[in-house]
Design a protein around this ligand. Structure first.
Ligand code: AP5
Ligand code: MG
Length: 207
């Protein structure tokens, strides 16, 4: 299945994509993770997008579309994939439709207070891309999966979160209507525990 996870920053796209990847054995393609890897390794792309990501803006569509197009052409995507954080604009969705067939777009619908609570307690592992929350970590410094050093994502600062939410409302929210018109949209209540939300997703996927 070719699945898109839509939703505001902090709605749980990355958390649910990781669980789905393990269960369905199809890769998670996270544009945020791809960009963070380039930032960490200070590649030419990383240097080009550094200020944009730090301020909570969107990387230009032309760059993002090209990266995703190439990534989805790799062998491990032949039996399906989970897109996490792409598309994020109508232009990206239209471009995606020219080179891929999407089965469904799952919109994780989450209250604003929940988003703020989740993002303010998030910890990220730059080594394995694991995402955690302080409320469930025994040690908030060490990745429970690979032992790497956990960090607070730089774009989880209050000012940047505010900007990311604004960008989401202005540029990404119209995708709900886009996929609804194409009868591909499924909205899932994203409030509740990780397991509760995950079960809701499996049930809409008939798994
Ligand atoms: P990206 O990394 O995609 O960030 P985002 O969309 O803002 O989403 P987040 O990763 O913040 O949230 P999430 O929904 O994945 O939630 P998570 O699972 O972590 O993008 C970063 C930047 O890269 C962008 O700002 C932009 O600059 C650039 N970019 C990326 N894609 C782009 C594109 N397509 N075009 C242009 N630019 C692009 O969960 C959050 C927290 O909540 C965690 O702590 C988690 O443990 C916890 N949690 C999750 N679910 C639950 C639950 N059910 N119950 C309790 N806790 C939960
Ligand atoms: Mg994410």
């Amino acid at each position: 299945m070719n699945i898109i996870l839509l939703g505001a920053p902090g709605s749980g796209k990355g958390t649910m994509a990781q669980k789905l990847t393990n269960e369905l054995h199809i890769p998670q393609i996270s544009t945020g993770d791809i960009f963070r890897k380039n930032l960490k390794e200070e590649t030419p792309l990383g240097l080009q997008i550094k200020d944009i990501v730090a301020s909570g803006g969107l990387v230009p569509d032309s760059i993002t579309i090209e990266i995703v197009k190439n990534r989805l052409a790799e062998n491990d995507c032949a039996n399906g994939y989970i897109l996490d954080g792409f598309p994020r604009s109508i232009a990206q969705a239209e471009a995606l439709d020219t080179f891929q067939n999407i089965d469904c777009a799952i919109n994780l619908d989450v209250d604003k207070e929940t988003v703020v609570r989740r993002l303010s307690g998030r910890r990220f592992c730059p080594d394995c891309n694991g995402t955690f929350h302080v409320s469930t970590l025994q040690n908030t410094e060490v990745c429970p999966v690979c032992g790497g050093k956990l960090i607070v994502r730089p774009d989880d600062s209050e000012a940047t979160v505010r900007e990311r939410l604004k960008v989401y409302e202005n540029t990404t929210l119209p995708l709900i209507e886009y996929y609804s018109h194409r009868h591909k949209l499924v909205t899932v209540d994203g409030n509740g525990s990780v397991e509760t939300v995950y079960r809701r997703i499996l049930s809409v996927l008939n798994k």
